[in-house]
Design a protein around this ligand. Structure first.
Ligand code: SME
Length: 153
């Protein structure tokens, strides 16, 4: 299967599992789990949520993988860049990204997708790390955006 086909199949699985479930934590946990299982090169897969108590700070949410950093200010790292700009960040080699936060030294490439609430406000970012250099491209951005657009209801 191509990446695009895997994303389409995973999107259908996620939709089926989440049917009727309105709890946001349960929805985020399900998305993290099913995406993590769908791709062999996904090494860390999960959400950093905008902290309602602190402006411009992300706090770790549901994820799969090794221990993640708990908090990331908007000013730092790839996740911070996604939160600040509202744009998908694709980093082919994390060692070449100024300010990259290394939660686990095995991480080599990364994609971070902003996640919006239905009111249009930034709710979280979704971060995927890979142990291979150059794992992510426009097909990942597209596949992830389609899934993440429906997660916060
Ligand atoms: N590498 C990310 C931090 C989060 S973790 O990798 C789980 C960053 O630079 O924002």
């Amino acid at each position: 299967m191509t990446k695009t086909e895997i994303y389409a199949q995973t999107a259908r699985e996620i939709e089926a599992v989440l049917e009727g479930e309105t709890n946001v934590v349960a929805r985020m946990a399900t998305v993290s789990c099913l995406l993590h299982q769908a791709f062999d090169d996904y090494f860390w897969t999960g959400f950093y949520v905008v902290d309602p108590e602190k402006s411009e700070e992300l706090v770790v949410g549901p994820y799969q993988g090794t221990l993640g950093c708990l908090r990331i200010p908007f000013s730092r790292g790839v996740c911070g860049a996604a939160a600040r700009t509202g744009e998908v960040q694709i980093v082919q080699d994390v060692h070449a990204f100024p300010g990259h936060i290394a939660c686990d030294a095995r991480s080599q490439s990364e994609i971070v997708v902003p996640v919006y609430a239905p009111d249009g406000k930034l709710f979280a970012v979704f971060d995927v790390d890979s142990t291979e250099v150059g794992s992510f491209d426009a097909a990942d951005a597209e596949g992830l955006k389609t899934i993440l657009d429906k997660v916060i209801i």
